[in-house]
Design a protein around this ligand. Structure first.
Ligand code: GDP
Length: 177
């Protein structure tokens, strides 16, 4: 029987990745459907929420913690991922070292976070793929497959795969309870 009010489940999501890969921009696109070329860097961490409708009966509310990528804030990260249900680890497809940084975040999550955490790898700035791509999609895809991560190339700038990324995560979360 249909429910009068859909059930709403809350999940804590943390964004991790090198500075300037587009973490805050992905959140801004997802939450407000906006993009800003001249955003100021996140200091420490920022908190936002967004709700995704999974089906007529179910809504997933994400509590999003956008962490600053700078090294000087690195020691704060465990505070944010420790009780996170999901993590989006972002790299920039035009910056190969940002994928290496993403891999090191993923190793840290695999060692230190909740063993049931849902991890997505996002190759951001996909709008620059034709002109400035420096990380082959297949390389990241293969790595994500080996590590059993969700994977999409995204663009906060032109919206490619942004809502799709969060929808993929929502579908992987434990919805019973
Ligand atoms: P963060 O430090 O990881 O949070 O990165 P920001 O969200 O602050 O973005 C860093 C810079 O990259 C900013 O100048 C953004 O406008 C730009 N940027 C973010 N996402 C994209 C994208 O998808 N495509 C392009 N071309 N630029 C982006």
């Amino acid at each position: 029987t249909p429910r009068a009010t859909p059930k709403q489940l809350q999940f804590k999501l943390v964004l991790l990745g090198e500075s300037a890969v587009g973490k805050s921009s992905l959140v801004l696109r997802f939450v407000k459907d906006q993009f800003d070329d001249y955003r100021e860097s996140t200091i420490g961490a920022a908190f936002l929420t967004q709700t995704v409708k999974l089906d007529e009966q179910t809504q997933v509310k994400f509590e999003i913690w956008d962490t600053a990528g700078q090294e000087r804030y690195k020691s704060l990260a465990p505070m944010y991922y420790r009780n996170a249900n999901c993590a989006v680890v972002v790299y920039d497809i035009t910056q190969p070292q940002s994928l290496e940084k993403a891999k090191s975040w993923i190793r840290e999550l695999q060692r230190q976070a909740d063993p049931n955490i849902v991890i997505a790898l996002a190759g951001n700035k996909a709008d620059l793929a034709t002109t400035r791509r420096a990380v082959p999609r297949e390389e990241a895809e293969r790595y994500a497959e080996e590590e059993k991560l969700l994977f999409l190339e995204t663009s906060a700038k032109d919206s490619t795969n942004v809502s799709e990324l969060f929808a993929l995560i929502a579908r992987k979360l434990p919805l019973e309870s």
